[in-house]
Design a protein around this ligand. Structure first.
Ligand SMILES: Nc1ncnc2c1ncn2[C@@H]1O[C@H](COP(=O)(O)OP(=O)(O)OP(=O)(O)O)[C@@H](O)[C@H]1O
Length: 582
């Protein structure tokens, strides 16, 4: 069979909930090089959303292409297309053995071997996160040790599958009906639809534990009192420092894990070499270092280059040359224009944040009150979308670990992950203001900010409203204020819809669309204080508003920012929409 009149299927590699994976040869290449065909079937056959899925598929493919081009530990994307209602990715074939297959055939691995794998993979993960992308399905089946050079290669990024799982809610909104990830390897915040960078750290930690112990997560007991995963009993001869690194990676509360893949790498190397100074886990951020972009902002630099430079920063323990981070395949993309681009993404609050986030992008101050709970039984934020009856994955792996995604009971009616009914992150209580009446031209009275240290109290605002606002239109300043009320209330579907369609589909700002948006506003930002709003100009169709903001990040940092909003009046919905913010 020739697919796309070009790819000849040699054999089936696997088949799962999303379709099948084939080994194939490219008949149009002189070498007839081998490749992998990933065939993905939309889980919903609704023709109305086919086009939508197709567009998202294209966006995801573009990201995969970029990732594969910039790291040689991620398969290259050779092509993508859709045919007969199905979607195809043609990827580089990585000749090698998955970590799961390796453990099955050779038994558990030594500490040194596992450490080497982690040290080789963490820069890749750091790079991926630096692009604002969460892998979502790190596990022994999705890491191939390449025969060619013995390096671990990360396969099977989850976002494409999630895209394929797009469905439409009764209200007509598109949403995702599935949680991507593998039970046991996936932390609880991800299983309730909130994957974050730290979720990948957890999955990598559980993967390492599997390699050391041969135990699947479901086979490892938890301490009923503390929820701590009692894995050490199965790997008793480990170096204490190494075990501590893994313990930190698999903390129940995401903010208690490493702040970044890079921090985990540093910790590993620190305990690995006496010549490298120990780096405390809660290392204060160095704002001069380049940082992860907020998840919704794709920074169009060669991130691997950037990453490489980050590792060369002073104040950072040197990286063992043998374990130097992955140098990108294409080293010709240099332009590091973080300020400009992230500035353009300010709508998502990114400006100052690029420097503020640093590597602590996901850390909340260690005052997190969430009790540690067992992974599988005491998840404090039960998901309305999860199928409780889904059996826990597997007892013991045979050839591979079952990677089935969790499906919802009713794919057509699941809420979007940001619906108010969705559980709020209990670790980061957010106080909110009452939304102001959106059509009132009356200036909002000033309210004293009673902010105490470390306590977020939303500030309410001395505002300047226009002296003669058009009667038919709401006040642009109130619109902006309400926009941030929506953000603070985590009413993110609503605020997302307050962006113009053009802005929403701006890939530089929101590489993964709404996902990127909530990744930032929910994943990174705890609260936005609006200190001042000024109307710069206004006519019937457009308005310009300046806002002085203060971002309170989940990592405990604060970042002031001045943002200029361009608004356009949308007569159809009778409201302002944000067309730009910088
Ligand atoms: N780029 C690749 N190079 C070599 N082998 C690959 C590559 N991608 C996937 N495989 C292998 O193909 C098999 C099927 O993997 P894959 O994860 O793509 O699909 P699956 O697990 O069957 O389904 P699902 O996508 O639902 O998880 C696995 O053994 C995997 O290691």
């Amino acid at each position: 069979m020739l697919l796309n009149t070009r790819y000849r299927v040699i054999q089936t590699l696997g088949s799962g909930g999303f379709g099948e994976t084939f080994l194939a040869e490219d008949t149009q290449m002189p070498s007839k090089r081998r490749c992998v065909i990933k065939q993905l079937k939309p889980i919903n056959n609704n023709p109305e959303i086919y086009q939508l899925v197709k567009e998202r598929f294209q966006r995801e493919a573009a990201i995969l292409e970029e990732l594969g081009d910039n790291s040689n530990q991620i398969p290259r994307l050779y092509a993508y297309f859709s045919e007969n209602g199905q979607f195809y990715l043609i990827q580089e074939y990585i000749e090698g053995q998955t970590l799961n297959a390796k453990v099955q055939s050779q038994g558990v691995m030594s500490e040194n071997a596992v450490r080497d794998i982690l040290i080789s993979l963490l820069p890749v993960l750091d790079y991926v996160h630096g692009r604002g992308i969460v892998h979502r399905d790190i596990k022994p089946d999705n890491i191939i040790i390449r025969h060619l050079d013995g390096k671990p290669v990360l396969i099977d990024f989850g976002a494409v599958k999630e895209t394929i799982g797009t469905v439409v809610t009764p209200s007509g909104n598109s949403t995702r009906s599935i949680v991507i990830g593998t039970p046991g390897f996936m932390p609880s915040e991800q299983s309730v639809g909130r994957p974050m960078f730290a979720s990948d750290i957890y999955s990598l930690g559980m993967t390492a534990i599997f390699l050391l112990t041969g135990k699947l997560p479901q086979e490892i007991p938890n301490d009923p009192a503390t929820g701590v995963i009692l894995w050490r009993q199965y790997a008793s001869s480990l170096t204490p420092g190494f075990a501590m690194v893994l313990d930190k990676a698999i903390q129940f509360v995401p903010q208690h894990r490493f702040n970044s893949a890079r921090d985990m790498l540093i910790a590993l190397q620190s305990q690995n070499s006496a010549s490298i100074p120990t780096v405390p886990y809660s290392q204060p951020p160095n704002y001069n270092q380049a940082s992860y972009p907020p998840p919704q902002n794709t920074v169009p630099i060669s991130p691997a280059n950037q990453q490489y430079q980050q590792y060369q920063q002073p104040n950072t323990p040197p990286i063992n040359q043998n374990n130097a981070p992955q140098i990108p395949r294409s080293s010709n993309t240099k332009g590091i224009i973080i300020g400009a681009v992230i500035g353009a993404g300010l709508l998502s609050g990114a400006i100052v944040l690029a420097s503020m986030l640093n590597r602590q992008g996901q850390q909340v101050a260690d005052t997190d009150p969430t009790p540690v709970a067992t992974l599988s039984e005491q998840t404090p934020t039960p998901s309305p979308t999860l199928d409780d009856s889904e059996p826990p994955v597997i007892s013991r792996p045979k050839n591979r670990i079952t990677p089935r995604p969790i499906r919802t009971r009713e794919p057509e009616v699941v809420p979007t992950p940001i619906d108010s009914e969705f559980p709020t992150d209990t670790s980061t209580p957010i106080e909110t203001t009452e939304p102001l009446p959106s059509l009132s031209p009356t200036p909002t009275p000033e309210i004293t900010n009673t902010k105490a240290p470390d306590v977020v109290v939303p500030t309410v605002i001395p505002k300047q409203t226009p002296s003669n606002p058009p009667q038919a239109q709401s006040s642009p300043t109130e619109f902006v204020e309400n926009y941030y009320n929506g953000i603070n209330n985590k009413n993110l579907q609503k605020t997302w819809n307050q962006l113009t369609p053009t802005l929403r589909s701006n890939r530089k700002l929101h590489p993964r669309g709404f996902d990127s948006y909530i990744g930032w506003w929910d994943g990174q930002v705890q609260q936005v204080q609006v200190d001042r709003i000024n109307l710069v100009e206004q006519n019937d169709s457009r308005a310009t508003v300046d806002a002085q903001l203060n971002y309170v990040l989940r990592n405990g940092k604060q970042a002031p920012a001045s943002v200029r909003f361009s608004l356009v009046w949308d007569a159809e919905s009778n409201q302002w929409l944000i067309s730009d913010a910088r």
